[in-house]
Design a protein around this ligand. Structure first.
Ligand code: GLU
Length: 474
């Protein structure tokens, strides 16, 4: 069997983290079996769907590296086919026209609520002669669903789940305005797209029972279903903004790498021993639905950040340089060729100390700043009068030193010894003077990357007590 899965987002909002995980699972399942992963945009809710949301989905999927096979399918463009299938069911006597008015349906709902029953259509047009149809009422088409027996679903994650047919009413498949309902459209599309496995959030489980009724009425082969648990916040409540970022683009802005996010989303609610760090190839190789747990997963932002740090350290330096440069420019800094070269040289050291691209950008900013630098309070505190005097004595030493990392290391050690200080007692004020911060890659590497002229200029400015306000919010 050629395995085909699909991701079927509704473009009514942002691509959120739960949707991304659903997409990832569909992608991995298909690729694990050498199959195809398709994308269908479910844009039938015309009032709520926007082009912007479609773009966010497409960009988000691309960013996550979840490339789909074939053309993107737009559900709204398949309306004629949805109508055709509904009419086919009608012609076969498996569906019927319902002429209930909005008032009648409202009365039915109110009665059910008063009797504390779930609101359900009572099937009053199921066997009624259409000749009795009231004039001027446009009918909806409803499925003539079985009343006896039950729908049994062998869900690949939830196990066997059953619902009695008597608990479901005759659902509308074509509204009175001639538009197909969502439940119906999804069945027709999944069938026509030859989808073999529907993997989606467990909030769709009740829809599945209804959709199975449609499949059965049509005599169509049903795909296998897997309903995966939703993602909750650390407190167990449904994930929302108050827990932190939820939209994929927000994670991107905050400096998470797509591979880290995918790695985290996979490990969230999918077990494979203790192996935490899994690259895409390995994910494809190992992924099975059997490994997906049934309980809701809890989003742990600290764990994601930790994992992101691991991915950052493995990431290609040139890619990080490019990303950081763009972030610095966005923050209003000028990144000239000299700054870019410094960034490239220091990236191996900088990425060791950051967990996100945002942090990496903050710790790289000093390389692009002009003198005088802004100072963190802790860095400023290191520049005591005694420290400034020491830096004054260091100036001629640096002026006379070859600016290779090894020569600088040797020169600093010799200077510290001559001063009767520990190396750190020299390095810390020096780092503060050169970077405006208390943290940077090794001081010798930092000095070497900045270059002689820049080092001398920054040291002189610090000795003279020149401090700039930080106008760039990084
Ligand atoms: N469009 C639905 C959603 O965004 C998904 C439907 C499905 O996967 O069958 O929740």
């Amino acid at each position: 069997m050629n395995i085909r899965t699909r991701f079927a987002p509704s473009p009514t909002g942002l691509l959120h983290i739960g949707g991304a995980r659903t997409a990832l699972f569909n992608y991995l399942f298909a690729k694990h079996h050498g199959g195809e992963f398709l994308l269908r945009i479910e844009d039938t809710d015309k009032a709520r769907s926007t082009n912007e949301a479609v773009q966010v989905i497409l960009n988000g999927m691309e960013w996550l590296g979840l490339n789909h096979d074939g053309q993107t399918v737009y559900q709204s463009q398949r309306e004629a086919r949805h109508v055709e299938v509904a009419l086919q069911l009608l012609a076969e006597g498996k569906a019927y026209r319902c002429y209930c008015t909005a008032e009648e349906l409202q009365a039915m709902r109110e009665k059910a609520m008063a009797e504390k029953r779930p609101p359900r259509y009572d099937g009053r047009w199921r066997d009624r002669d259409p000749a009795e149809a009231p004039a001027g009422v446009k009918p909806a088409i409803r499925l003539k669903a079985p009343r006896e027996g039950e729908v049994v679903l062998a869900d690949l994650v939830q196990g066997e789940v059953r619902v009695k047919n008597a608990e479901m009413d005759d659902m509308i498949i074509l509204r009175s305005d001639g538009t197909p309902t969502y439940l119906h459209a999804v069945v027709v599309d999944d069938h026509d797209m030859a989808i073999t496995h529907v993997i989606r959030g467990d909030d769709h489980l009740t829809n599945t029972f209804r959709q199975i009724q449609i499949y059965d009425a049509l005599g169509w082969h049903k795909p296998a279903f897997a309903h995966i648990p939703l993602i909750h916040g650390a407190d167990g409540a449904k994930l929302s903004k108050r827990h932190g970022a939820v939209s994929i683009l927000e994670f991107r802005e905050q400096g998470f790498l797509p591979e880290a996010l995918c790695n985290y989303l996979l490990r969230l609610g999918w077990g494979h021993g203790d192996e935490e760090f899994l690259a895409r190839e390995k994910q494809v190789e190992l992924f099975t639905l059997e490994g997906v747990g049934r309980a809701a997963s809890r989003m742990d932002y600290a764990k994601l950040t930790h994992l992101n740090g691991m991915w950052l350290r493995q990431a290609d330096d040139a890619r990080l340089v490019k990303d950081v440069m763009q972030r610095l420019v966005t923050a209003g800094l000028t990144v000239d060729t000299a700054a870019l070269a410094r960034l490239a040289v220091l990236m191996p050291g900088l990425k060791e100390r950051a967990k996100t691209l945002e942090e990496l950008t903050a710790s790289s900013a000093f390389l692009a700043r002009a003198v005088p630098l802004p100072f963190e309070p802790k860095a400023l505190a290191l520049l005591s009068d005694d420290a400034k005097d020491m830096l004054k004595r260091l100036l001629p030493v640096l002026e006379a030193t070859d600016f290779s990392v090894t020569a600088l290391d040797a020169a600093l050690r010799a200077f510290a010894e001559a001063e009767g200080r520990k190396l750190g007692q020299v390095a810390q004020p020096l780092r503060a003077a050169l970077t405006g911060s208390t943290m940077s890659p090794g001081i010798d590497a930092t000095i070497s990357a900045l270059g002689r002229d820049e080092v001398i200029e920054r040291l002189c400015a610090a000795i003279d007590g020149k401090v700039a306000a930080d106008k760039n919010q990084i």
